[in-house]
Design a protein. Sequence first.
Length: 801
Amino acid sequence: MCRGSGDGRLGIDDSSTETVVNQEKQRFTLPSFRYTNIVLGIIFIDGLVSVILWLTGGTSEYFVDNIVHFHLRESVFDLALIAAIKVTLFPCLLALLETASYRQIDNPYVDKFQTRARVLHISLILSSVVFLAYSTTKGGLILYSILNENDYVKMHTEYNALVIWAVCFSILEFLSALASYSGMRKLKIIRILHKYNDKGEEIDEKGEPIKQGANIKRLFKLAKPEAGILMVATFCLFISSGCQMVSPLFFGKVVDSAMKSLDELSNTVLILVGIYILNAISAFLRGWLFTLSGHRFVARLRKHMFSTILKQEVAFFDTSRTGELCNRLSSDTQVLQNTVTVNISMLARYTLDMIGCLSFMFYLNPALTGVLLSVIPVVSLGAVQYGKFLKKLSKDFQDHLADGGTQAEECISSIRTVRSFTGEEKATSAYSVEIDKSYATGKKLAFAYGAFQGIIGLLVYGAIALALWYGGKLVHMLLSLSFQALYLYCLVSFQCIALVFQAVGASVRLFEIFDRIPKVPNENGVMLASLEGRVNFKDVHFTYPSRPDNVVLKGVTFNVNPGQMVALVGPSGGGKSTIVNMIERFYDPDDGMITLGGMDLKTLDPQWFRRRIAMVSQEPTLFACSIKDNIAYGKNATIEEVMEAAKQANAHEFISSFEEGYDTMVGERGVRLSGGQKQRVAIARALIMDPVILLLDEATSALDAESEHLVQEAVDRAMSGRTVLVIAHRLSTVRNASQVIVIDKGCIAEKGTHDELISKDGVYKRLVLRQLTAGAPLLHGDPSLTEQNSINYDTQINDKL
Ligand SMILES: Nc1ncnc2c1ncn2[C@@H]1O[C@H](COP(=O)(O)OP(=O)(O)OP(=O)(O)O)[C@@H](O)[C@H]1O
């Protein structure tokens, strides 16, 4: 092929065309399925078949005679020669034309490119006209002679076939040449733009580096640790299929030897038994090892996948749905299990069988084998396209399946809400929609599978029919028999290839997750001897990546000294929880800095500092294990430590009252415990860590007086002696706070002690007022209380506080 260079810089290879346009950091490539390659395919098939027909048309004398005593109406040497010329000339013309047209597209006002493209177009059309004219004239003359001249010596069948072939393909090539104008214009639409960053990495529209996609090579790499087992298993596969092949031979010998002597019979039977035993052992090893390697592979894949998911930053989980990720873990990995183990070995075996079969066919009749094999390029081309098609369908299928899984997961895990809102029907139909989509893709897959088999069958049996038509000689029978075997091997091999492509499709998402580098790292960084409970926010700005147009923190600055208890208050949605999340480094600020113990949070080892921070949220999440395991979640603690923490958290009493005590299972997300009990278990879980910093989101849910008292007492105990940041909802908490920070619309509206703030007529005072007017135990609410209200309740506040 050609490779050009110059101002428009263009390179063409057999798969893509690349252009570096004016901006250095972008590049176009062309898809392989395009006009130029289709026409090239036609020309190569034309050349191949023409030469085969010419070569198989007669004996060597006839051959030579045809060339030496060339006659326009009796020889076809010229047609074979023309086909060979076309195979050389047209690819060059097409490549030059594509280059010129491409330059013309990028430089529409440069005349020389336009002229060059036009000249090449005309050359292509003219040469195809010349070839067409020649072959039709020749065909016409031969037809005329056959019909009108009694003394015309008819040519061999292959030669007649070659004339018909040449006329048909010349017409096809002429039409293709005519279509070259529109074919080349399409280059502009179909070309694919690639962009690169400074490091030379390809980036997407958002400027993010594009990760290496899924491909067969990567799939093989994943299976590398299984290579040893797979090799042994494949060896056993060959042994067992070898045994199966030779056993009929010995079976026949048994009958022969029975006629001769008992000794010979015993020997032959012994050999046969030996073969059967060998077959049994190798079949056992084959079955065992393939399955074992499949399970090993999928287990390793799942573990790796799970740990990669867990390493992702919290923002990743804001945009990914739990059900979908779980589906990736279970279903996508499963598809890969067979592919990289059994299918690849089958592919190896059938490829070997194919080679054997081909050798046998060549031995029988090389020329006829050539004719039969002419279908192979067409089948291969079809198989590759089919594989690509399968890859896409398979990805869609897995995606829809994952969506269905997500729906089901969400619905089942929230069954109480679904039941109370009678959402069963809605959930069922939402699930059905996703499953119907996967079914629709499944239908397409089934159709594609059937069509592939049908078309290949048609092509291959067509070629067999051609061979049989040749004559009823035994050699041809044998040839067609072995060709049938070859067809079977081809089909199985193509199916294995197709399954590999299918697995590549299913693994796209797996690789996406494998390649994903967490934006907030989960490990590595500085580990200090001890952590000082000092927290500083310096002009922190933050927007959640999942909602980029909503700025949540707009320059937040505050300091928390060691041992201080700081209360965060403010209207709902102001950004309090966001601040707390940022201390855990669930998210990194867009601007500004957060320091912990005087160190930039980004420099510290996340796992190290997180072990020194404990968080108790409003609605704590417990795991579906025992109370003991829940309390000891963050630390390998003894039962004594667990009990001590539970006592501190006012939880020991209720836990002891359970029949199974600390071994009581709490159910999924702690559903078997009451709200107050869950909160106390969560406080115990935080206390057992003995955290330097405690992050607390006070419960807003109304607990009964006794429960509330117990929780409050536990919270108060938990706070003593450590730095505490509390999202406060109770007056008692804020009154005790060393500092109250009022967060409103992402900014610090007020800062100070309770008394200082209450003396101002600001947001805080209005919040407190609101609490009193509503009678709710919350510091939440709409701050826009009227001035009148404010004045009316002023005295009341001062009395109460
Ligand atoms: N994970 C998230 N992704 C996108 N936006 C979020 C996310 N979490 C919170 N927000 C948005 O950020 C803003 C601040 O939320 P935040 O939870 O920090 O407020 P808050 O003051 O704690 O509210 P509340 O007192 O009601 O809990 C809100 O507008 C909210 O919708």
